[in-house]
Design a protein around this ligand. Structure first.
Ligand code: AMP
Length: 218
């Protein structure tokens, strides 16, 4: 099953992406994660991407499309994949469809994670990430045993630069302008399913599993 996770930042796409990937044994492909890794290792692409990411702006389409096309060419995607945070513009969606058409493939379903803006803001600004193992926590919803220290590996936690309030507001604005039109794009194709991103992780996973089974995708 080839799945796209759509929705604003903070809607829970990343968390579900990880859970779904483990349960269905297909890769979770997050362009945000791939870009952050490139920033961390300091590749030329990472250096360029950082200037956009720190402001909450989108990295240019051609960079991100290139990343995804390369990733989808890897053999572990044969049984399916979960795209998280891609596509984010109409151009990206069209480029994805064109690339998949060439290999007689396509997206089976786009899951739209709907969430009230205030919850998205609270989730993002409260998120803390481990510097070493990358585990995610939240100052209120998933607190660590010792403040600022990762429960899993004991390393220090930090706040993503783009999770600061001003940048979060910009990311949400960018989402409204550039990504929301994709809801229409996938609705017209007849493959959009709306779910509540406000549900807790287990409940949302149950909803998604039911959707996949009803659609005979899994
Ligand atoms: P995310 O972790 O998905 O919220 O992505 C973090 C940041 O990476 C975004 O704010 C963008 O700057 C960049 N990014 C991730 N995916 C894309 C994409 N599909 N198109 C453009 N920029 C992206």
């Amino acid at each position: 099953m080839n799945i796209v996770l759509l929705g604003p930042p903070g809607a829970g796409k990343g968390t579900q992406g990880v859970v779904l990937s483990k349960s269905y044994n297909i890769p979770h492909i997050s362009t945000g994660d791939i870009l952050r890794e490139a920033v961390k290792t300091g590749t030329p692409m990472g250096k360029k991407a950082k200037t956009f990411m720190d402001k909450g702006e989108l990295v240019p389409d051609e960079v991100v499309v290139g990343i995804v096309v390369d990733r989808l060419a890897q053999s572990d995607t044969k049984k399916g994949y979960i795209l998280d945070g891609f596509p984010r513009t109409l151009k990206q969606a069209e480029a994805l469809d064109a690339a998949l058409e060439k290999i007689e493939s396509g997206i089976d379903m786009a899951l739209y994670f709907e969430i009230p803006e205030n919850i998205a803001i609270e989730r993002l600004t409260g998120r803390r990430v481990c510097k070493s193992c990358g585990a995610n926590f939240h100052i209120k919803n998933i607190p660590t045993k010792v403040e600022g220290i990762c429960d899993k590996c004991g390393a220090e936690l930090f706040q993503r630069p783009d999770d600061r309030l001003e940048t979060v507001k910009n990311r949400l604005k960018v989402y409204e302008l550039q990504t929301r039109p994709l809801i229409d794009y996938y609705t017209k194709k007849g493959i959009l399913k709306k779910v509540s991103g406000a549900l807790d992780v287990k409940d949302l996973f149950k909803v998604l599993s039911q959707i996949f089974s009803d659609a005979k995708l899994a």
